[in-house]
Write a new protein. Structure first.
Length: 287
């Protein structure tokens, strides 16, 4: 029997969606992980450029803002269960716009309603945290506030990144008409802290603790609203390192992109199997 697992990949501008998609496809093709390709994918055109560039040891371009598509990837897990993964690819501004403009397009509405498996990509180094006395001394804050008071009113207030993330999740749940009176068991939520290699963390760091210390309000929101069995927090490094768009990385060319990339599991251990959290999300079993 084959199941259709429609994944809602949620990630803003430059959160790592395209490189993760390409590396995931390459791992599925290699057939060395928990999930593997059952037969050739009908078309990998959406990730063709990223796959080609990674093979040449270079990163690829930002996805066009209007792009919105998906590919159906026929996979099977270790027990032979057939899982057709529906994996999206789009320009990350679409997600940023949902929360900041309170606008959700019909195709995003449809996806949000249809998908019971959500993957949220958060690139912590790109998330602005609130100012405090250490990051911005009081006299500077005071002057800036006074200047802000003289600006037109609509510019005076900016949502914090945490509040925007929280608003985004609430909006998506609202579109599904999903009540949060009880802790959520559906949609299952996998949070991937992307570009983990660029974080100043040591080995065996627990991804959930990093999220709790960097975005405490958002972490509390997730813990308060999702059932423990339906929420997983992992670290993700699709590339293991920073690649340049114009200078090939010689090690990538020598060893191939499949030799790079890892997942940090909820207990802090690392695995090179990028398919593992997706496989577990699909079958609904905890990591
Ligand atoms: N260090 C490091 N950089 C990464 C990793 N994954 C992606 N990047 C870099 O992060 C940038 C954004 O990655 P993308 O995969 O293009 O992000 P995206 O979410 O598709 O972005 P949009 O197309 O703008 O929506 C690129 O310059 C990548 O080279 C990683 O695991 N580690
Ligand atoms: Mg992209």
């Amino acid at each position: 029997m084959t199941e259709n697992i429609n994944t809602l990949l949620i990630g803003g501008f430059s959160s790592g969606k395209t490189h993760f998609g390409a590396q995931l496809l390459a791992r599925l093709q290699k057939k060395s992980g928990e999930l593997e390709l059952r037969e050739a994918a009908p078309s990998v055109a959406l990730f063709e450029e990223a796959l080609t560039r990674l093979a040449a040891g270079m990163s690829s371009e930002h996805t066009a803002r209007q792009m919105f598509g998906d590919i159906k990837i026929p996979t099977a897990d270790r027990s032979g269960r057939g899982i057709d993964l529906i994996w999206p690819e789009y320009g990350g501004e679409q997600v940023d716009d949902i929360a900041s403009k309170r606008l959700i397009s019909p195709r995003w509405r449809k996806r949000t309603r249809e998908c019971d498996h959500w993957v949220l990509l958060i690139r912590l180094l790109h998330i602005k945290t609130e100012d405090d006395l250490v990051s911005r001394p009081l006299d500077k804050l005071y002057t800036e506030r006074r200047q802000a008071d003289n600006r037109p009113k609509e510019n005076a207030f900016n949502w914090s990144s945490q509040a925007l993330l929280l608003e985004l999740m609430q909006l998506l749940l609202y579109v599904r008409e999903q009540s949060t009176c009880r802790r959520l068991y559906r949609p299952k939520l996998l949070v991937l802290l992307s570009c983990w290699d660029e974080m100043p963390v040591t080995k065996m760091t627990i991804p959930g603790s990093v999220l709790a210390s960097e975005l405490p309000m958002f972490y509390s929101y997730l813990r308060a609203n999702w059932d423990e069995d339906a929420l997983t927090i992992c670290g993700l490094s699709s590339l293991s390192r920073n690649l340049k768009p114009d200078v090939p990385d010689p090690e990538y060319v020598d060893r191939g992109p499949e030799a790079f990339g890892y997942i940090v599991l909820p207990d802090g251990t690392e695995t090179s199997d990028l398919t593992l959290p997706i496989a577990r999300l699909a079958v609904g079993s905890k990591l």
